[in-house]
Design a protein. Structure first.
Length: 259
């Protein structure tokens, strides 16, 4: 019986371009997922890949239309940036706005502000769910879905392996928020850098408790890039690819008898 493979893609802003490098290496090895679970940037990469777009195509698409670059966003009177550009990009790229229309099963993690809990979305309206998962608190407006007020899934679950545990035989994780052990005060100057550091300090401990749930855990070293470093997309993509390449032999061994 063919075993099912699941990919977990963490959040991480522009560092999420590394997921695309990982996906490219996996494609080259002939590895195909049964399901993908993603948060924030991982949800964006995941939905486009699950819709049939290649990693290279997604890279170019996101470079042109990325919401990660603050300078490209419109500041709204109520104090939030708008996700309209990203929403339009997804609608044009994906087509049918329904989870069931995807070529690969997708799970999207978001955070319910009202109940203070992590939620996983996998049915119904697709684009709204992905936008909610990627709506960084304070920076973007929460997304209201029914009685839920949703924001970035990374607030409570930046590595949503849970939806894959029962449905997949092999789990491959891509994590893009490996932090430097120590930073100097100069590197923490500025609002963006402080938000970035605080966010990842808050989520890192919970992520590392889940590493043993992955058969392969790919942790790209990207601490030199911040969450909004879209101009470095190609370099981040390459680092993701090269980091995955280091796991090539294990990936081949895990999947060699599956196809």
């Amino acid at each position: 019986m063919t075993k099912k493979i699941g990919y977990v893609l963490s959040g991480g802003g522009a560092r999420g371009f590394a997921h695309l490098g990982v996906l490219k290496l996996l494609e080259e090895l002939g590895i195909k997922p049964y399901a993908i679970a993603g948060t924030s940037a991982g949800a964006l990469a995941g939905v486009l890949y699950a819709a049939g777009k290649s990693p290279d195509t997604i890279l170019q698409l996101m470079k042109k239309n990325s919401y990660f670059g603050w300078s490209s966003l419109l500041w709204r009177k109520e104090g939030f940036f708008s996700m309209k550009v990203m929403e339009k990009t997804l609608r044009n790229a994906i087509g049918k706005d329904d989870f069931n229309a995807l070529k690969i099963k997708l799970f999207v993690a978001a955070t319910d502000l009202v109940k203070g809990e992590s939620v996983v979305l996998s049915k119904g309206k697709l684009i709204e769910a992905v936008i909610a998962s990627a709506s960084i608190p304070v920076v973007f407006e929460p997304v209201v879905m029914g009685k839920k007020m949703l924001v970035d899934g990374g607030v409570l679950n930046n590595f949503p392996v849970e939806p894959l545990e029962k449905s997949c035989d092999i789990i491959i994780g891509s994590y893009v928020n490996k932090m430097a052990d120590e930073l100097n005060a100069h590197s923490l100057s500025g609002t963006k850098n402080i938000i970035d550091r605080c966010f990842h300090l808050a989520v890192s401990n919970s992520v590392y408790t889940k590493v043993n749930k992955c058969d392969v855990f790919i942790e790209s070293p990207l601490y030199m890039f911040d969450m909004y470093d879209v101009k470095q997309a190609d370099k981040i993509f390459e680092i993701g690819y090269n980091t995955a390449l280091k796991h090539r032999d294990k990936l081949i061994d895990l999947t060699k008898d599956m196809f």
